[in-house]
Design a protein. Structure first.
Length: 422
């Protein structure tokens, strides 16, 4: 302890170099003998000498080391208090900012007072602080890992729906007849392979399946593939629809000139095929989330001037058949809903507007209905059961008001005709 006393004596005389030398020698001696209390006292003397030399950072390190040794030796509470006090003295202190006197006795900006507008201009202005949260896309993956099937996704609204489901994290099977080099529409183009290739950048998984839904064998092969690969199906979107060719005859043709093949072709892809595919998927829908969304049209309830009579008959048959199926299966964990998009900005509608010089206004993007389906697919089973009973037919704008570009679509424009329960 003599060396510690010598160091403290030099400190009283403010001979800091000799005090530091004596304290270091004492610290080494106590450390070699294993005397923790003596080493703590020597480190305190070292800290005081370093403080006297103006090196507060090293002094604080020595004082903290002494506090640690004193704390381990529970018998020396006085030494612990002494080391703790020295640490507190050596910690850097923040100097409070000087507040200048302000007019009217105000020293800080108020929420109801804007300097220079509703108060004296000399008041301190409250700084604007903006925060932007930078995160990944995982928070938006409401359908992560869910198995989804979207029929008729080569282009148009089916493609937009599939992209929305993929962006929400789903494993999306997109079906269609088109394939690279064998496009079904040489004017509009688009294949299911191109659609599935876009899903990787959106955070989802896409699988292109070449299926002609007019063929029952291919529909059943699709069911078998889902059963063998996953054993379940969470969301089934029936979107495939065939428009008889050529378009110039299909649209705006007088009823007496409309051939009977229009009805046969539309019901084969866009009506009966969806019912058969859904019935085939029932066992696997029960094992999954069990959401079935039918993309139909309010043409099932009222006339749309440019479409032929076969279009109205097919859509009405489709809606009523699916409503009857919904009534049978909703108590078994399968929820069948029908969604009516508005006027959609698809490749076909844009081409038709160019041909007829028509003006397209208030159009829905193909992703708008897709986002609405994501919203429906993420609902709880209890809510879906109520929807499949009371609100089987919904407009896209009834589910989701805001467009991808911020435009707000008006709901309750078409589904009034369903009478609540449909």
């Amino acid at each position: 302890m003599a060396q510690v006393a010598v160091a403290e004596a030099y400190s009283l005389q403010q001979v800091w170099a000799k005090a530091l030398e004596a304290a270091n020698k004492a610290s080494e001696k106590f450390k070699s003998t294993g005397d923790k209390t003596g080493e703590a006292l020597a480190l305190l003397a070292t800290a005081k000498a370093q403080q006297g030399q103006g090196d507060r950072e090293k002094a604080l390190q020595s004082a903290r080391a002494a506090l640690l040794l004193a704390h381990r030796d529970s018998s020396s509470s006085a030494l612990t208090d002494k080391a703790r006090q020295l640490c507190a003295d050596l910690r850097p202190r923040q100097v409070a900012a000087k507040v200048e006197s302000q007019p009217l006795g105000v020293t800080r900006p108020l929420d109801h007072c804007v300097p220079g507008v509703s108060g004296p201009g000399s008041l301190p202005s409250k700084p604007f602080l903006g925060a932007q949260r930078m995160v990944g896309t995982q928070e938006t993956k409401r359908l992560s890992g869910l198995v989804c099937v979207v029929t008729g996704a080569s282009r148009g609204i089916g493609k937009g729906i599939a992209q929305s489901l993929a962006e929400a994290g789903g494993i999306v099977y997109v079906t269609g007849r088109s394939s690279p080099g064998k496009e079904t529409d040489i004017i509009l183009m688009g294949t299911v392979d191109e659609t599935a290739a876009t899903f990787g950048k959106m955070g989802g998984t896409g699988v292109a399946v070449h299926v002609d839904h007019a063929q029952d064998e291919q529909n059943m092969a699709m069911v078998k593939m889902i059963a063998d690969t996953h054993g379940r199906l969470d969301i089934c979107v029936n979107s495939a629809f065939y428009i008889p060719k050529p378009d110039m005859i299909f649209f705006s043709t007088p009823i007496w000139n409309q051939p009977m093949r229009f009805l046969n072709e539309q019901t084969s892809v866009g009506g009966l095929n969806h019912i058969g595919l859904t019935v085939g998927m029932l066992p696997y829908l029960r094992r999954g989330r069990g959401v079935v969304i039918n993309v139909s049209s309010w043409g099932s309830q009222m006339n749309i001037p440019v479409f032929p009579m076969s279009y109205y008959c097919n859509k009405a048959t489709f809606d009523r058949s699916m409503a009857a199926l919904s009534e049978k299966v909703r108590n078994y964990g399968i929820y069948v809903l029908t969604i009516w998009p508005g006027s959609v900005k698809s490749e076909r509608s844009i081409m038709g507007a160019k041909r007829s010089a028509a003006r397209l206004i208030d159009l829905e993007t193909v992703r708008f209905t897709g986002n609405a389906i994501v919203q429906l697919g993420s609902l709880s089973p209890d809510t879906l059961r109520v929807y499949s009973s009371k609100h089987r037919v919904l407009s896209s704008a009834d589910v989701l008001g805001w467009e991808v570009d911020g435009y707000c679509h008006q709901g309750d424009l078409h589904t009034f005709s369903t009478g609540g329960r449909s």
